[in-house]
Structures are given as C-alpha cells and as structure tokens.
Design a protein around this ligand. Sequence first.
Ligand SMILES: Cc1cc2nc3c(=O)[nH]c(=O)nc-3n(C[C@H](O)[C@H](O)[C@H](O)COP(=O)(O)OP(=O)(O)OC[C@H]3O[C@@H](n4cnc5c(N)ncnc54)[C@H](O)[C@@H]3O)c2cc1C
Length: 382
Amino acid sequence: MQLQDTPAEADFRRRLREWLGKTLPELPPPPDPSDWPGRRAFDTQWQRRLFDAGYAGIHWPVDAGGRGASPSEHLIFLEETEHAGAPYVGASFVGLLHAGPTIAAEGSPDQRARFLPPILRGDEIWCQGFSEPGAGSDLAALRTKAVRDGDSYVVSGSKIWTSHAEVADWCELLVRTDPDAPKHKGITWLAMNMDAPGVTVRPLRTLAGTTEFAELFLDEVRIPVANRVGEENDGWRVTMVTLSFERGTAFASEAVACRREVRELARVARAEGAWDDLELRRALAALSAEFAALWRLVQWNVSEASADGVPGAGGSVFKLRFSEARQRLYDLAARVVGADALVEGAWTAQRLQGLSYTIAAGTSQIQRNIVAQRILGLPKGR
Ligand SMILES: Cc1cc2nc3c(=O)[nH]c(=O)nc-3n(C[C@H](O)[C@H](O)[C@H](O)COP(=O)(O)OP(=O)(O)OC[C@H]3O[C@@H](n4cnc5c(N)ncnc54)[C@H](O)[C@@H]3O)c2cc1C
C-alpha cells in the first residue's frame, strides 16, 4: 500500500470532499445523546445518504454490496469524513463494522442476501449479544443455551452490556449448543431478531447518564436454524472473526477524531492560558505522536484486512494502545479545562464515556494476553 495518493485516489478524495461539502450542511442537528429513537433516525438517515451516494460499506467486498474500495480509498474515506465533521457511525456501529463484515466473510449466500443490504441502506440496526454476567473476559464461559427443535433453536438465558439494544432489529448472538463439549467447542453464532417473542430488553444507565447498553433476557426464543452463521458448535471460530473486526478496524474513525481532538485541546490550552505549562505541552506532544503512530497501525490493520479478509492480532495492539491513549487525552482535557470539566461540556462527556474504553470490546489485560501469546509467542499463563 502506498502512502501518497495516486491520481485515481486524489480524484476519489476530491469527489468525496465535494460530496461532503454539499451534503453535510443539509443534515438536521444531531439529537440529544439520551434520545435513542432520535439517534437511530439520525444515524440511519446518514447511512442512507452514504448508501445513495455509493459510499456505504466502503471497504466491504462488491459481492457483499459494498464499494470494494482499496485500503487506500478506505483510509481516505475515514480521513475525509472525519476532517469534514461528518456524523459518527453511531447506532450502525455493530452492523456496519463487525456483524456485517462477519456475515460477509462467513455467511451463506442466502444470509448475505438477507442481512447485508439492509445494513448498508441503514434500514436495520444490529447489536452484539456476546457478554453474560459470568462471561465477559472469559467469553467462552457463556451459558445461554440453544436446544435444537426441528428448524429452530430454542434459546434461553441472558446477556449483559448489549450496546444499542434499545433500537436494534438484530443481534449477533452467541449461544451454547453443546453443554458437554469443551467450552470453546460447544458455541454457535446466531442472528436473532430482536422482535422475536421471548426477548426482553432492560436498559442500564451509565455514569454518563445515558442508557448506552442494556440487559437482554431470552425466554425460549425461537431462532431459525437458517440464521446460524457457520456450523453448529463452530461459533468460537466465527466469534474470532467478529472480534478481529471489532478490535482491528471498527475504531478507525475515532482514531482520526482523536488527532483532531488533540489539536482542539491545544487550541483551548492556548485560549485558557494553560499553554505556559511546559509539562502539559509535552504531554500534548506525546499524545499527538502516539495518535500519529496509532493511525499508522490503522493503516496496517486496514491493509491486512483487505489482503487476508480479516485483521490479525495487530488489532489487539491497536485496541490496547488506542483506548489507553484516548483516556489520557480526556484526563489531559480535564487538566486544561479545570474544574468546569468535572461539571458539564463535551470534554466531560468524553471523559466519563472514556472510562469504559479499556473495558469494552475486551479489557486491556485480555489484549495484553493476546499480544503476549499470539504476537510475541510467550507461553500461556495459567
Ligand atoms: C461501554 C461498553 C459497551 C459494551 N458493549 C457490549 C456489547 O454491545 N455487547 C457485548 O456482548 N458486550 C459488551 N460489553 C461488555 C464487554 O465486552 C465486557 O465488559 C468485557 O469483555 C469485560 O468483561 P467483564 O465486564 O465481565 O469483566 P471481567 O471479565 O469480570 O473482568 C474483570 C477484570 O478482571 C480482568 N481479567 C479477567 N480475566 C483475566 C485474565 N485471564 N487475565 C488478566 N486479567 C483478567 C479484566 O481485564 C478486568 O480488569 C461492553 C462493555 C462496555 C464497558
């Protein structure tokens, strides 16, 4: 992958920039973060505009309905949308960035035809039903069970921390289909309709004051066998594909956003008189360098995903360093803004939300274990 735009890429960048310049002023103001129906409407309208303009699923293969863009074009898309201040992917996160890519990589032709177009058009929102009260870091300890009954699985159990569940149409759900198999072997990946009888969603309020995620209670929910992605009991392998996308490429647009936020924080520091603090300037410079390095890592992961179909273990390096650097950014913001940052404002919301970054999508400790074992080849801890 080259790092300079070729003439064709420069043309792609110019057209995208023009389209963003014309389209963004037409968007309505973003909704209040606690207004979930409003957020769904806003995020799906944005996705629909991307779809209509041919930019939806920029990195998805053409036969999955995407644009089939090269890694360079994918990166240009991330840069340009962020620089233009385009809306965040929001409620489309799971569908567009890891459930959809998993179905594109592992789904049957029927599943690709059924599930992928509505994700790209912004018609259907997905959530992720992986974690359970006793199965977070140790995800394979999950107990939600599925019993085969004719053409259906009958699923009972509960899930927790299910982001976007309040507005989701579908859930990428992990279930235990063989209770007697070793724990990584008896798992199956299913697409569950959130409107199916027996699904109850109970929102959880976060520190930041919004109901970002929810508990799911599943009481004899019938899920067609046709909604199984991969083979029965082969769900752990499919899950690794999902998590590779989630850790390796799903946070790429935020990585660009953080580079802008560091510049913005430097501007605020100058305006607020904090710029004379040499230690603070050094911390800002270190963060700026770290986000530049992380952007290189995004380039690597995007390139690898394009070549191999899925990002590799480098995604865990990115997830680990990015989530920790982002927390440092918001801590620094609190220092710059001072006591006001503890009360209200965009930096405050980011800081409260930021506390979860080293937990969501797999904790830092687990990413360190993966890096140790899969990249450095160190022995597995007991
Ligand atoms: C904002 C947010 C959104 C989320 N969204 C979703 C979602 O949409 N869908 C979903 O399924 N889940 C979601 N999660 C759940 C998330 O994936 C889990 O919280 C995460 O995997 C950690 O699991 P746990 O909370 O059970 O903590 P635990 O696994 O109980 O971990 C507790 C502590 O022990 C450490 N630890 C555990 N095992 C080891 C080990 N072997 N070695 C070293 N340290 C270890 C952990 O690192 C952590 O510090 C979300 C979480 C957050 C915070």
